[in-house]
Design a protein. Structure first.
Length: 137
């Protein structure tokens, strides 16, 4: 779970969306997660996931810590999917003339947030079903 938190924190500060346009000269712009609505929320949740993951390991996978990490990870998945759909749908909100000039795409940071959240879900599920932390014995 802690690894998922680290990946999520990194993803929160990386670009979530990029826009490119050709208006005679090529123009490119990227927005990090922290510049968008949910970036600060995913950053804070990723930090919490790191703490909970460390507590789960230190407490020899105390079920409450593992369950808390799993819930945080599921929360992250929800926000990441919401933002993914929101950014992916932005092209559809452009007029037809603008769609020929402007392209909006999902950035590497949002991929990392989704990956970190899924790593957290996997670690939490393994901890709950195996009754142990995700560290090898």
């Amino acid at each position: 779970m802690a690894v998922g938190g680290v990946v999520t924190v990194a993803g929160s500060i990386l670009p979530w969306a990029s826009m490119s346009a050709d208006i005679g000269i090529p123009v490119e712009e990227a927005s990090t997660g922290l510049a968008l609505d949910h970036g600060w929320l995913t950053l804070a949740t990723g930090i919490l996931l790191i703490v909970v993951g460390i507590l789960a390991i230190a407490a020899r996978a105390h079920r409450a810590a593992v369950a808390g990490g799993l819930l945080l990870s599921l929360f992250l998945v929800g926000f990441a999917v919401y933002d993914w759909v929101d950014i992916a749908g932005a092209n559809g909100e452009l007029t037809e003339d603008l769609r020929n000039l402007v392209s909006i795409s999902i950035g590497v940071g949002l991929y990392a947030v989704v990956a970190g959240a899924l790593i957290g879900v996997a670690g939490g599920a393994m901890g709950l079903f195996r009754g142990t932390s995700s560290t090898p014995r």
